[in-house]
Write a protein that binds this ligand. Structure first.
Ligand SMILES: Cc1ncc(COP(=O)(O)O)c(C=O)c1O
Length: 394
């Protein structure tokens, strides 16, 4: 596949950075910009850098409806998930809290699942919920598992493979009524779904700008002040970020994140409409051209992610045969190992169907022509594979 000819439909893995975000980031790198260490209190360079970082914290808080005081910068959603899960477990242990159980779902990102698995090795109990067949989770599924030993529920707002959206606010309210902390990995849903965290019972939210045309290597954790969520740091050092995350704050990353969030606050609504239109157009073209099934909720989904199964083909040949489309079989982390997506199999798909599936994700720079070109490519490849799968003589 030639890199520059292929249509990029993998925005759920990474996005090109918006030029307006690049400009904001570059301004933090130059001598005549805010390059200084934001913790340097002894000169104006440091004060200006600190101001830029605090401005970004405000832009992030504005988009998700919380106080800037509730935002801690990290290096990405993975670190935020680790800080939320390990940090809360450790702090509660230190406080003498006897609870040792967590509830999560089988379709969470590996950054949540692996953190939970590590806690299991330390003697914690983890319950992994099955989603509904449409990839959502709800209070009815969760409630029976909220035993007295549970201190944390971690369920994302939107799934990174199917885009299916669960009502995290309702789930969090249920948890709060039982004195359980609620964490949500919102790496994919940021800017597209309702947050209003100041009116919500959510305790912890992991954020990153990398799916909304911001930089990779930047992230944040929302920590609900009104719940006084106890957290122990996972990275210690110079006491930055209220002692919760040591290390010089990477001001260019943070400023880029702030700008990306600001753009979503200004343009997210229009982006959502446009992307939903592209997603529907893609579905229409695929369904016109070949037999396929859409995975995930038909009503509660992100505007930019589409998971689609092409029954009856050898899925292992699908991605390598695409010449003009850059997309993935599932999440980027599981793409390389040719295993079927664990998210799709947890939703009830057979290994064979899960392998014969693609995740197609669109974004700010995707055009209708891109959709047409990718759909042509996919339909041609699928029909060819299906034809060659038929026994001779049929
Ligand atoms: C839902 C979800 N959580 C976490 C991550 C990891 O984010 P990061 O690369 O910022 O660590 C991703 C990235 O694809 C994701 O989709």
């Amino acid at each position: 596949m030639s890199l520059h000819q292929a249509v990029y439909l993998d925005y759920a893995a990474a996005t090109p950075v918006d030029p307006r975000v690049i400009d904001a980031m570059v301004s933090c790198l130059k001598l005549n910009g805010t390059f200084a260490n934001p913790s340097s209190k002894d000169h104006a360079y440091g004060w200006q850098a600190a101001e830029a970082v605090e401005n970004a914290r405000g832009q992030i808080a504005d988009l998700i409806g919380c106080s800037p005081l509730e935002i801690i910068f990290t290096s990405g959603a993975t670190e935020s998930n680790n800080l939320a899960i390990f940090g809360l477990s450790k702090a509660l242990r230190q406080q003498g809290d006897p609870r040792r159980s967590i509830v999560t779902s089988k379709i969470e990102h590996k950054a949540v699942l692996e953190a939970c698995a590590m806690l299991e090795e330390q003697g914690y109990q983890v319950t992994y919920l099955d989603p509904r067949p449409d990839g959502t989770l709800d209070c009815e599924l969760l409630a029976p598992h909220l035993t007295a030993d549970v201190f944390l529920v971690s369920i994302s707002q939107a799934n990174s493979v199917t885009g299916a959206v669960s009502d995290m606010h309702a789930l969090a309210t249920l948890c709060r009524s039982r004195g359980i902390y609620y964490h949500s990995d919102c790496a994919q849903s940021i800017g597209y779904e309702k947050f209003d965290l100041d009116k919500s019972d959510i305790s912890l939210v992991s954020l990153t700008p990398e799916k909304i045309c911001g930089p990779k290597g930047a992230g944040a954790l929302f920590i609900n002040r009104s719940q006084q969520v106890p957290l122990a740091p996972m990275i210690v050092g110079g006491g930055q970020e209220k002692g919760l995350r040591g290390g010089t704050v990477a001001s260019h990353q943070v400023v880029g994140m702030g700008k990306a969030f600001e753009l979503m606050a200004q343009e997210g609504k229009q982006d959502k409409e446009r992307l939903n239109g592209l997603r529907s157009y893609l579905i229409e073209l695929l369904q016109q051209g070949t037999d396929c099934r859409i995975n995930g909720s038909a009503t509660h989904h992100l505007p930019h992610i589409l998971s689609v199964t092409f029954p009856g083909i050898d899925g292992r040949l699908l991605l390598p045969s695409l010449r003009n489309t850059a997309c993935s079989s599932g999440s980027a982390c599981s793409s390389a190992d040719l295993k079927p997506s664990y998210v799709l199999t947890a939703m009830g798909l057979s290994d064979e169907d899960a392998r014969a599936s693609l995740r197609l994700s669109v974004g700010r720079f995707t055009s209708r022509e891109d959709i047409e070109c990718a759909a042509r490519d996919i339909v041609a490849v699928v029909n060819k594979l299906r034809h060659s799968a038929k026994p001779a003589g049929l």
